[in-house]
Write a protein that binds this ligand. Structure first.
Ligand SMILES: C[S@@+](CC[C@H](N)C(=O)[O-])C[C@H]1O[C@@H](n2cnc3c(N)ncnc32)[C@H](O)[C@@H]1O
Length: 405
């Protein structure tokens, strides 16, 4: 650690005082039992060390490896690809479509049915669902359409896209009754060529996109966090300690993004900037001639920025802070960030979409005849823990984009 601290342009992440942070000086070290060759920690360390002795891995790259590194011979996979290997099935995500199955999927199916009517009942009617995890949402939608709207069901061509093979395998199994109508694509929703569709849909997808971690200091200067690795002495196989390092300055792209959000950027807090989510929404909007795009996720709008204490999630859902994150098992925990719906909305509108931003529990499902348990209780619990959330709207939101309509 002392070696790192001597570097002049790198500020070691100072562990914030707060609940659960009292005096454990090893909190910023990763658990040792994961530090074996081929582990995610070794893969991250190898990338850092390749950059030289004082190398820093950009945070988005570290997050990408931790979540999505594929399983290969002798190499451990990231959180999503590894799950099936460990358990034979996906761990429970604790997401709304899972918790409120089949109601959640049925509510979405009613919305899809109304889009089908508005679009003049096209056949084939193409639906693309991105990052569907266990496939529960897709199954509940398809079961409902089959039963309640057989003519729409017969027009449907469904494509499920996932960038990890383990979820795709589970989705394939879950949708076996709808195989003749479903295509499964092993693709990255923000990088690969997207199929044509009348409806694009995702629940909790952009919250897993790798983010930049930015901090504005008290004087208004920006810096970006990366990850450093230190090899422990006298260890074989080698073992590493990781820490966050703040590098002064940010790219023009990040400055433009902050400007696009158009609200005061918090100071002395680690904030995630999801450039990929904005690029993703641009690509989808531009790829559509006429249709709808539903983005369901947890996030914020208004003047709020999320508090860093609630950025990092373990699985099942359990908010935690960055210091705690570094003590978690890297690559064996989910890492997600709140989605900035304002930026998504602005980006979509800039590319021709007309948008509506809704509270998805109360407003999104209004009129569908499907009632889900209220989000109010969940929000009240969050607000109790983090009063800064009350500055804007934090919760599960829905962005509905209409394109060419
Ligand atoms: C948090 S889970 C959400 C699962 C499901 N939508 C739900 O609500 O239960 C995220 C899913 O998105 C997938 N995913 C993450 N990034 C992706 C990307 N860039 N392209 C396609 N799928 C992605 C993951 O593999 C996983 O299946």
């Amino acid at each position: 650690m002392t070696r790192i601290n001597r570097l002049t342009n790198i500020r070691k992440w100072a562990i914030a005082d707060g609940p659960g942070s009292s005096g454990d000086k090893h909190r910023n070290q990763l658990p040792l039992h994961r530090e074996r060759p081929g582990s995610i920690e070794h893969q991250i360390a190898a990338q850092i060390l390749r950059k030289g002795r004082n190398g820093i891995l950009p945070f988005p790259r570290a997050m990408e490896i931790a979540l999505f590194a594929p399983v290969s011979h002798g190499q451990e996979g990231g959180y999503y690809p590894q799950q099936a290997v460990e358990d034979g099935c996906l761990k429970h995500f604790g997401t709304r479509p899972e918790l409120h199955s089949p109601d959640f999927g049925q509510g979405v199916a009613v919305k899809i049915q109304s889009c089908f009517e508005k679009l003049g009942r096209p056949s084939p009617f193409k639906i693309v669902i991105m990052g569907d995890g266990t496939g529960t949402l897709a199954k509940d939608i398809m079961d409902y359409l089959q039963q309640e709207h057989p003519s729409l069901y017969s027009a449907v061509e469904l494509t499920l896209i996932d960038r990890s093979l383990a979820p795709l395998d589970v989705q394939r199994e879950k949708l076996k009754e709808h195989h003749s109508k479903t295509t499964f694509l092993y693709q990255n929703a923000y990088q690969d060529h997207l199929p044509e569709a009348h409806i694009f849909l995702s629940n909790e997808n952009p919250d897993t996109f790798p983010v930049h971690l930015i901090e504005q200091d008290a004087d208004g200067s920006f810096g970006e966090y990366g990850i450093k690795a230190t090899e422990r002495e006298k260890c074989f196989p080698p073992m590493f300690e990781f820490e966050l390092a703040l590098v002064p300055g940010v790219s023009q792209e990040i400055r433009d993004h902050i400007k696009l959000a158009g609200k005061p950027f918090p100071r002395q807090r680690q904030m995630p900037i999801n450039l990929i989510a904005t690029q993703w929404i641009k690509r989808i909007t531009r790829s559509m001639k006429r249709g709808y795009h539903f983005v369901l996720d947890y996030g914020f709008t208004g003047t709020a920025y999320p508090n860093e204490d609630l950025i990092w999630n373990t699985s099942p859902y359990q908010p935690t802070n960055m210091s705690a994150f570094l003590t978690l098992e890297f690559g064996h925990r989910d890492i997600t960030t709140y989605v900035d719906f304002d930026t998504l909305r602005i980006a979509g509108e800039a590319h021709g979409a007309s948008t509506e931003l809704l509270d998805y529990e109360e407003e999104f499902f209004r009129g569908t005849g499907i009632t889900l348990p209220s989000q109010q209780e969940v929000c009240a619990q969050l607000a109790e823990k983090q009063s800064r959330f009350s500055a804007g709207k934090i919760g599960h939101l829905a962005l509905v984009q209409a394109i060419g309509i």
